[in-house]
Structure formats: structure tokens, C-alpha cells
Design a binder for this molecule. Structure first.
Ligand code: M6R
Length: 614
């Protein structure tokens, strides 16, 4: 949520900042801005509403010189998206500039205090209050900028990742973080800062992840020094980045979302690599396996997540309960954290997050930790805050997901959950050896079957063309296909802005059936398996009310071919792996509908890739 990039060194800062902002744009795209220093004592300060391309246009032929600078792409929290509220914000005396991700919760109190001392504010943002506070402390205490930031942050309540520059000192950046990520890239003779590693990876693989409550002094003269808010010095720990630059490019696809949809055979394979070997009857999740006895002895597993990750959690509930017979509860992290939940020391809390930075999921983890539960994580972004806050976990290894609509992260999360369910079932002896073996072989064949499911692209495009102007859509599924229906509906609404609802197929008759008329497309997962016959009856109920039925069916299903208005066939698989295949056509349908409606697929309105505010 909001992107930060900063640079100090010998390079042309403008190039680094603009490139970085473009890579970060998936984090927020309401407005963008940069501040650079060419001649000490003077800022080059440009910001405007809209995307990074608007900023470039706005800067046009104006000066772009300087080898130090900060850049920001915003997802509005305090104040509407306009030129004035865009970052960077500048102190009252015009000497300091600041970019900020997060929310300063006590900004109102601070603003009033500063107002009494003569500070005047131009914007509606909490960020401007913070830079005025830093200015005030620096002046009153007559301290360095580094110290002023440290003292000011001691007065702040809330979440932040910030970078500050002083126009009189073009050789240093000051950065700090609490509950919002910040990474420092260590070049040979320069430094980069990013809210994630995407603007850094092109220049260096050596990074330092700032921890909560740390402030960094990044200087071309004295190198990197880190202190905690209480003034204690910390030795920076340099880590190697795992991501590759190619993973951040579209690779010939029109959109990141389409590229990421088509990457799924590989990402699922990467996710399984070294974790399953059907021939040897082996299934294990390295990061979690040392906790397996604890999980098996646990009275229940509580899964916490948001959005698509929560849908993956619902699939996990079906898998773990069915195979390993351990009770599972799936909670929205945002609800869980505020409702005084009953958590015991023996409970296992499993947090699922693509970004590993979602504020609500992080807060729920902290709450569960305080209550003594064991916290496990399933994350995609290596080194993310959630992956560091959990006791143990498994990465999904899907590679960077840039499209705001989650696709490959979902199937990778479901793959990890499938492995977890199988590992627990095996350890517990909850399934017969022959069944376990069959399931392991089937899991190994899933990447190939996903490849086949991707061949539905043509028919999905054809169906998209028919329904692209629908105002509403209903998605139905039963069992583990119910979360697939929820995920299908979420994909459609977030990128094409068509109102869509996911429902358990049998629930339809308890209300949503009233919505059905000849205008209403109803997307149904009706693959061969446990509740097939029941879903057929649900389809008949829709047809009887003249609804248009689009069915995801098993290959060669003649009954569906006759019954449905349109059908999309996917390969046969075991019930438990249906979500991995059935979700593919839903992703493709949403993608094509959004493209046909000329929506911004990778950066849908009002959304951001990782939601680091409550
Ligand atoms: O990074 P996380 O998995 O924690 O993010 C959770 C949700 O914000 C995310 O899944 C969101 O719903 C996506 N836009 C869905 O496509």
C-alpha cells in the first residue's frame, strides 16, 4: 500500500526513482511524486494526481538533475487523491522532504499542537504533520536530522515506513519503519531504499530489511548505521535477494495478470519441488515439519487471512478436516483481531498471505502470539514481515505477483495446504496407504492438468464476449468448490467492476434465487465428484428461472453439455484438487471480461496490491 523508493549515490537519481516508481505502482496509483537535490539548498520537487506516467508528463522538460532523491506512489488514506496530498511533503521551512507509507494515528493531536506553535499545513495528510514534527524537534533540540527523526518518532502512534531528506545535505537519507516494510539496498558505492525489493533488484542483491522501531542513517560518508527508537545501536544484517529481474517484467504478455495466470503450471511445480515424491510415498513441508507433532496434538487449527488468501484458507479447511481429521476454523484476520477470540496455548494459528505484509493479518498474528498459540505462516514474499513474525512456515515459491488480482499466489497457497493436509494425514495414519499414494500421484500430475485447463482460454474469451455487459453475476459451488466460487466472484468484481456474489450452490434457494432472471449469468462448478448430482439439481433450479448457466465441468460430461448454456471442460482429478483446476477458467473469464470492458486489469481502481493499513 503506497510505494517508496529512494536513492543516494553517483547515478542519475531521476532514472532510479522513475523506474522504481513504475515497478512499485502496483502498490498504489492515486498520485505520485519525487523530490531530488541537485544544488544543495534547493529541492526539485514534483508531484501530481494520477499515475507515474502522469508525473513524467508533468515533469516534461523541467530539470531532472540530482544524484539523491525520494519518490512515492500513493494509495490515499488521509485526504483525497489530488496534487496537494501527493507525497513528498515538505517541512514548513522548506528544508526537509518526506515520503511515508502507513498511518499516523495521533496526527490530529500532533497537528493541533504544531498549529499552536505556528505551523501551517497545506494538505489533509498525516504525512505532512510528521515532517512538521521532525522540523520542530530538529529546531528545538538543535540535533542532527537522524536524531530529530528518532526523537519525533518517539511521539508518534501508528504505522510508518518513511524516508527523509534535507536539502542542505545531499549525501544522506534517513529511513525508519514500524509495521510497514522497508528494504535498504547496498550498492558498491551507493544506496537504494524501497518499500519492497522491486525497485532495488536491478542494481544490487544485497539488502538489509529494517525491523520495526529501527531508524537508518544512510550516508555516502559514513555508510549504513541503524539505531532503535530507544537509541540503541544495531549491527545491520545483510541478506541476499532471491527475486530475479525477469520476474518483474511482463515477458511478452499484455498484462501481468495474464502472465501470472499462465505461469501456474510452473509455479505449482515450484511449490511442490522437493516436498512430494509419490514414487517414494514422501510428502513433507520442510519449514513446518518440525511442528507436525504439535499440530497433530492441537485441538484445532485457526486459519487467518484476508481476501483471496482467506479463500485459500477455506479450501484448506476442507482438505485438512477431510484428510487429517483435525478441526479447522477459518477467520477473516480483520474480524478475528477485534473480537476478543478464544485462543489457547495448544492452538495452531496458520496465517496465509501472499505479500506477507497485510496489516490485519499481522495484527491477528500478534494477538494470537500474545495468547501463547503457535503461529505458522504460508507466505509468498520471502523475508516479508509475516514470514518473520511466525514461529515457522512454508513459502509458496510462486515468484513475484505484480497484478493486483491474485492468481498464481492462490493456487500456490492451495498447493501448500494440500501438501500440509497430506503430510498430516500421513503422519496421523488417517488415510489408507493406497489412497495416500493415489493422491500423491495425482498431485504430481496437477501442473500438467493446469496446463490443459489453460487451453480453455479460447472458450473463456468467447463466453466473456457474451457476458461482458452483465451488471451482476452469481458464482456457485459446493464443498471445496464453494471457495472457488467465492474466488471467481472476487476476481470478476475487482477487475471488471461487475457486481458478483459467490454462494454455496445449495444456499441459493435461501435467498439469491430471487435475483435470477434471463439477464443473470450464473457460473457453476459442477465437476464429477462427491456432490455432482446435487449441483445438477441446483443448475436445474437456475434454468427453471431462465438464468444463463455457464458450467465448469469435467471433460466429456454429456449431461452438462446438454444442460448448460455454455460449458468449460477441465481435466478429471480427485475431488480435493478440483480447486486447483476449476479456478483457472474463472481467472481467464474475469481477465477477458475486464479487458473487453477496457478496465485497467493490473491496477484496478481503488485497490492496491498489499494492504498495509487497517
Ligand atoms: O497479501 P495478502 O495475501 O495478505 O493479501 C490479502 C488480500 O488483500 C488479497 O488477496 C486481495 O483480496 C487481492 N486483491 C485479491 O485478488
Amino acid at each position: 500500500m503506497c510505494g517508496i523508493v529512494a536513492y543516494v549515490g553517483e547515478k542519475d537519481a531521476y532514472e532510479v526513482l522513475i523506474k522504481g516508481l513504475k515497478r512499485l505502482e502496483y502498490r498504489g496509483y492515486d498520485s505520485a511524486g519525487i523530490a531530488m537535490i541537485d544544488n544543495p539548498g534547493e529541492f526539485l520537487h514534483y508531484k501530481c494526481k494520477g499515475k507515474v506516467s502522469n508525473l513524467e508528463e508533468f515533469i516534461g522538460e523541467q530539470s531532472k538533475k540530482g544524484s539523491i532523491g525520494i519518490g512515492h506512489t500513493r494509495w490515499a488514506t488521509h485526504g483525497p487523491a489530488n496534487d496537494v496530498n501527493a507525497h513528498p511533503h515538505v517541512s514548513g521551512d522548506g528544508k526537509l522532504a518526506l515520503i511515508h507509507n502507513g498511518i499516523i494515528e495521533n496526527y490530529d493531536v500532533l497537528k493541533k499542537e504544531l498549529g499552536k506553535r505556528g505551523h501551517e499545513f497545506k494538505s489533509d495528510t498525516d504525512t505532512e504533520v510528521l515532517i512538521h514534527l521532525i522540523e520542530e524537534v530538529k529546531k528545538n533540540e538543535a540535533v542532527s536530522l537522524f536524531e530529530a527523526v528518532r526523537l519525533a518518532l518517539n511521539e508518534v502512534i501508528g504505522a510508518y515506513a518513511i524516508v527523509v531528506i534535507d536539502k542542505d545535505n545531499p549525501r544522506e537519507l534517513i529511513a525508519a519503519k514500524k509495521s510497514s516494510p522497508l528494504v535498504i539496498g547496498m550498492g558498491d558505492d551507493d544506496f537504494y531504499i524501497g518499500s519492497d525489493a522491486t525497485p532495488i533488484v536491478e542494481y544490487t542483491n544485497n539488502v538489509v530489511y529494517l525491523e520495526d522501531g529501527e531508524i537508518a542513517h544512510v550516508s555516502l560518508d559514513t555508510g549504513l548505521k541503524i539505531k532503535q527508537l530507544d537509541n540503541q545501536e544495531i549491527t545491520p544484517s545483510i541478506q541476499e535477494l532471491q527475486i530475479k529481474l525477469e520476474a518483474l517484467e511482463k515477458g511478452g504478455y499484455e498484462h501481468f495478470m495474464l502472465k501470472e495466470i499462465f505461469e501456474q503450471p510452473k509455479t505449482i511445480m515450484d511449490c511442490m519441488r522437493g516436498r512430494v515424491n509419490a514414487q517414494k510415498g514422501h510428502v513433507s513441508l520442510g519449514g513446518i515439519s518440525e511442528y507436525k507433532d504439535k499440530i497433530l496434538a492441537a485441538p484445532r487449527i485457526i486459519i487467518i487471512a484476508c481476501g483471496t488468501s482467506w479463500h485459500a484458507g477455506l479450501v484448506g479447511e476442507y482438505l485438512i478436516e477431510d484428510l487429517a481429521r483435525i478441526p479447522v476454523e477459518v477467520e477473516y484476520a480483520s474480524e478475528f483481531r477485534y473480537r476478543n477470540p478464544i485462543i489457547n496455548e495448544n492452538d495452531i494459528v496458520l496465517a496465509i498471505s501472499q505479500s506477507g505484509e497485510t496489516a490485519d493479518t499481522l495484527a491477528a498474528i500478534k494477538l494470537a502470539k500474545e495468547k501463547g498459540a503457535t503461529i505458522l505462516g504460508i507466505c509468498n514474499v520471502v523475508g516479508s514481515t509475516i514470514s518473520r513474525e511466525t514461529h515457522a512456515g512454508s513459502y509458496t515459491h510462486a515468484g513475484p505477483e505484480v497484478g493486483v488480482a491474485s492468481t498464481k499466489a492462490f493456487t500456490a497457497q492451495v498447493t501448500v495446504l494440500s501438501l500440509l493436509a497430506l503430510m498430516l494425514a500421513k503422519e496421523k495414519g488417517a488415510v489408507e496407504a493406497s489412497k495416500l499414494n493415489r493422491l500423491l500421484f495425482e498431485l504430481e500430475s496437477i501442473p500438467e492438468k493446469v496446463e490443459e485447463a489453460l487451453k480453455t482460454d479460447g472458450i473463456c474469451r468467447f463466453i466473456a464476449d457474451i457476458y461482458m455487459n452483465a451488471s451482476n453475476a452469481l458464482y456457485l459451488g459446493r464443498g471445496s468448490s464453494f471457495p472457488v466460487a467465492l474466488e471467481g466472484a472476487l476476481k470478476l468484481k475487482e477487475i471488471s467492476y461487475i457486481h458478483a456474489e459467490g454462494y454455496p450452490a445449495a444456499e441459493m434457494k435461501h435467498g439469491p434465487i430471487a435475483l435470477i432472471d434471463e439477464e443473470m449469468p450464473v457460473f457453476v462448478v459442477a465437476t464429477k465428484g462427491a456432490s455432482y448430482e446435487k449441483v445438477l439439481s441446483n443448475i436445474q433450479e437456475v434454468k427453471a428461472r431462465k438464468g444463463k448457466v455457464i458450467v465448469i465441468s469435467s471433460k466429456g460430461d454429456e449431461t452438462i453439455r446438454e444442460m448448460a448454456d455454455h460449458y468449460i471442460e477441465i481435466p478429471h482429478t480427485e475431488d480435493m484438487f478440483i480447486p486447483l483446476l476449476a479456478t483457472i477458467p474463472f481467472q481467464l473469464l474475469s481477465y477477458h471480461i475486464a479487458v473487453m470492458r477496457e478496465c485497467n486489469v493490473d491496477q484496478p481502481r481503488n485497490l492496491a496490491k498489499s494492504v498495509t493499513v487497517e
